[in-house]
Design a protein around this ligand. Structure first.
Ligand SMILES: Nc1ncnc2c1ncn2[C@@H]1O[C@H](COP(=O)(O)OP(=O)(O)OP(=O)(O)O)[C@@H](O)[C@H]1O
Ligand SMILES: [Mg+2]
Length: 354
């Protein structure tokens, strides 16, 4: 995937701007609150996504204006495309001259992997964030996985509502049998998909992370299944009594996690800020490689505010050792830009490119 250029009009704080991008590295530099993230967001929206800041569509229109507009030229699957987006209180998208029913239909035509500061939660928060990372990435590659997840989630909710009755009324066991069969069957599939995806990630993660840390640190990522699929059905049955008091399902892949270790030690519990950030970025960059391996094309890479908390060597690695795909990266510190060899730098001030 390659974004050639983007034009913005009354998009967020940008009155009017046109940017022609480098095929590899694009640095969007400037002080705080000038419009750097807004530019990344304008590209991201063409991937059919919602704002990565959870904004309403009306928030894209520049204050005091009635509408905003963005237009992009990009190459996907070897074909040149143009797309436009018109923002009012809602968004309308046009792809190659055709108005789409829903901007979400753009998904897949232009695809991106994005890192935003909120993605640090992937390393430093609870297991649900890491499961979500797996589920979203796998769902992007294998839409069938989303159906499996949905059926699994439904069976867990059904079991949770019936299990509460179990302590008063053992006859509900007939229903539990059905739900548990379904949890075990889909749970097995989910675990297999996740393990396979993490195996793919692990083909890239160690070398990317080692590059980040100039070879000083090694990373290990392991899938931790709370209950192995082979014994899941048994565990569900054994756990009925205890689960009935709590109204939960305590076994299954909705309780699994990824363990991330730096030099054998938990990144979540012991990692420094820079290490945690490096792990989260390295996971995203590995995902990009996996998507390329499966689909035959690299997505574009949007990195918002990755430079902060990284030392000079780590910044240099991001700026100069990522050459297989097109990257868009925001940064505040002008000295970061001095570490760039090649690529293009855009300096943003007050919503304009200077
Ligand atoms: N609809 C809008 N109309 C006008 N201005 C807006 C709109 N939405 C956001 N802004 C403003 O755009 C400014 C720049 O936002 P942006 O998030 O792009 O900054 P940034 O350059 O990434 O800064 P930082 O380095 O702090 O991340 C903010 O001050 C924000 O108030
Ligand atoms: Mg920003």
């Amino acid at each position: 995937m390659l974004v050639k250029k983007i034009k913005l009009k009354n998009f967020r704080n940008i009155e009017s701007a046109g940017l022609e991008f480098d095929n590899k590295m694009n640095v969007i530099s400037g002080e705080n609150a000038q419009g750097k993230t807004n530019i990344l967001e304008s590209i991201w929206l063409f991937c059919g996504a919602k704002s990565f800041r959870n904004a309403k569509d009306s928030a894209f229109v520049r204050f005091g204006e009635k509408s905003g507009k963005s237009a992009i030229d990009f190459i996907s699957g070897g074909i040149e495309h143009t797309a436009e987006m018109i923002f009012t209180d809602k968004r309308t998208a046009v792809l190659d001259g055709k108005t789409l029913k829903n901007p979400g239909e753009l998904a897949g035509t232009l695809s991106a992997v994005v890192f935003s500061p909120a993605d640090l939660s992937l390393v430093q928060e609870g297991p649900d964030k890491r499961r979500r990372f797996l589920d979203v990435s796998i769902g992007q590659l294998y839409p069938n996985y989303i159906d499996i997840l949905r059926s699994y989630g439904r069976a867990v909710s059904q079991r949770n509502s019936v299990i509460k009755e179990y302590k008063y009324d053992p006859s509900v066991a007939i229903m539990l049998d059905v739900f548990e069969e379904e949890i075990a069957a889909n749970g097995k599939k989910i675990t297999e998909y996740r393990k396979k995806f993490l195996d793919e990630i692990n083909k890239y993660l160690p070398s990317i992370y080692s590059g980040f840390s100039s070879g000083r640190e090694s990373i290990t990522s392991l899938y931790v299944a709370k209950t192995e699929p082979t014994v899941l059905l048994d565990e569900l049955k054994k756990g009925r009594k205890e689960d009935s008091f709590l109204g939960v399902t305590s076994a299954g892949p909705h309780r699994d996690d990824i363990e991330l270790l730096i030099n054998g030690i938990s990144a979540r519990n012991y990692g420094s800020q820079g290490q945690k950030r490096s792990v989260a970025i390295a996971l995203k960059l590995s995902t990009l490689n996996v998507i390329n391996a499966v689909s035959g094309e690299y997505p574009i890479c949007l990195l918002d505010d990755v430079m902060s908390e990284l030392d000079e060597a780590r910044q240099k690695y991001i700026l100069n050792h990522i050459s297989d795909w097109q990257t868009f990266i925001t940064c505040c510190d002008p000295s970061s830009v001095e570490r760039l060899s090649g690529g293009r730098v855009f300096t943003v001030k007050g919503g304009g490119i200077v």
